[in-house]
Design a binder for this molecule. Structure first.
Ligand SMILES: NC(=O)CC[C@H](N)C(=O)O
Length: 387
């Protein structure tokens, strides 16, 4: 008898996560209806689901939240890291929790729907996480239909037919296309985001936007830098025309090797000026490639807000926020670079610096949002180096 996909529907299910190998995780749809294909990952942060969803580095990815109380602080217009959600959707264990926060404008479910993002709740997120840990991050489709109508074979084919994140330059897609000035500091209770108000002779940082998080921009300003943001494809000459004291390379989505095709020549020209450089996450990976190191795709990636990272100079451990699926292979660092930080979860490289000029980068997210603030010192170190 011919296979009947409808026979494989689960009664009452309005949402499903479909892996490329045909594995199905049934649940209840939330947010927008429809389907989206990308890489399925997991994030272990206990707070900050809205920041996570709007981090441009999550473009092309579907996030499984391992923390069950998603929705408890609702959604607002302030806690966003990019202009809209970049993650394709999210998978949750429990129904979305009703908001209980004075800062909430709307329930998370409504926010997802308003932005056209799909959620699936009631899923065994531990089973997904165990599977990713064992077998790596799969390509998958997340789908929501309020009548429970899914063409499973078509969804499996869509997941299996997606080319995957490797080789994908997504930075160009999420980057701003214009040059703009950022002048805002972190948020204060009762006051909101603070103005930068920096003197005209404060050091000037040009930040290359490969998918930059707003929290990074706020930390740079808070550390005392005037910041101009340029598109990912900005040329060396365009950057130099802004007369920067330092260059910042942002976080961003996709495969660093693919973005490196146009980013690396610009970075190499900057390094030749010997002026300071600081990179975060994708920016760290791009600096790595620019100095001749190699990046590799990780088995499962690091995504969460509790990742211990050791500073190799003094053995200090900082608890960090992370979101990456690629890593710089420490064994490929050139002679004029050294490892500065490593992950205590798997010893992967988490920071590097050049020994003959001020250029350094970290794989984790010192700006947090969400996550611990142990690594804020890196922004001060960079901006002090510009004076
Ligand atoms: N947050 C980031 O900048 C992510 C960098 C890169 N896209 C990765 O997944 O490793």
């Amino acid at each position: 008898m011919a296979d009947d996909p409808s026979a494989r529907q689960q009664s009452g299910a309005t949402g499903v996560v479909v892996l490329a190998d045909g594995t199905l995780f049934w649940g209840h749809g939330a947010g927008a209806e429809g389907d989206a294909v990308g890489e399925l990952c997991f994030n272990t942060a206990m707070t900050g689901y809205q920041e996570v969803m709007t981090d441009p580095s999550y473009a092309g990815q579907i996030i499984t939240f391992t923390f069950p109380h998603i929705g408890n602080v609702g959604a607002n217009a302030e806690d966003i890291e990019g202009v809209n959600p970049y993650a394709l959707g999210c998978v949750m264990a429990e129904p979305i929790t009703a908001p209980s926060s004075f800062r909430s404008d709307k329930p998370f479910d409504q926010w997802l729907a308003d932005w056209g993002r799909i959620g699936v709740t009631g899923v065994d997120t531990r089973a997904i996480t165990r599977r990713i840990r064992k077998l790596g991050a799969p390509n998958a489709v997340i789908a929501h239909n309020k009548d429970g109508l899914f063409d499973i074979d078509a969804l499996v084919a869509k997941a299996a037919g997606w080319s995957g994140l490797e080789g994908l330059d997504l930075a160009k897609e999420v980057s701003s296309t214009q040059t703009w000035v950022w002048d805002e500091c972190p948020w204060k209770l009762g006051e909101g985001y603070q103005p930068g108000d920096l003197p005209a002779d404060a050091p000037h940082v040009v930040a290359v936007d490969y998918g930059i998080k707003r929290a990074i921009l706020r930390q740079l300003v808070d550390a005392g830098a005037r910041v101009t943001v340029v598109p990912a494809i900005a040329s060396f000459d365009e950057i130099m025309a802004l007369n920067p004291d330092g260059l910042f390379l942002s976080n961003g989505p996709g495969d660093p090797a693919a973005t490196g095709v146009y980013a690396v020549p610009t970075i190499q020209k900057w390094l030749a000026t010997k002026k300071p450089l600081f990179g975060i996450c994708l920016g760290h990976q791009l600096l790595g490639i620019a100095i001749g190191a190699k990046t590799v795709k990780m088995h499962q990636g690091h995504r969460g807000a509790n990742h211990p990272v050791k500073q190799l100079s003094d053995g200090k451990v900082e608890i960090t926020s992370m979101n990456h699926g690629f890593t710089v292979d420490a064994d490929t660092l050139p002679a004029n670079a050294r490892a500065t930080h490593i992950s205590l979860f798997d010893q992967t490289l988490c920071g590097l610096e050049l020994t003959d000029q001020m250029a350094f980068s970290v794989q984790h997210h010192p700006e947090a949002s969400p996550g611990p603030q142990d690594s804020y010192y890196l922004f001060r170190r960079f901006v002090e180096g510009l004076r």
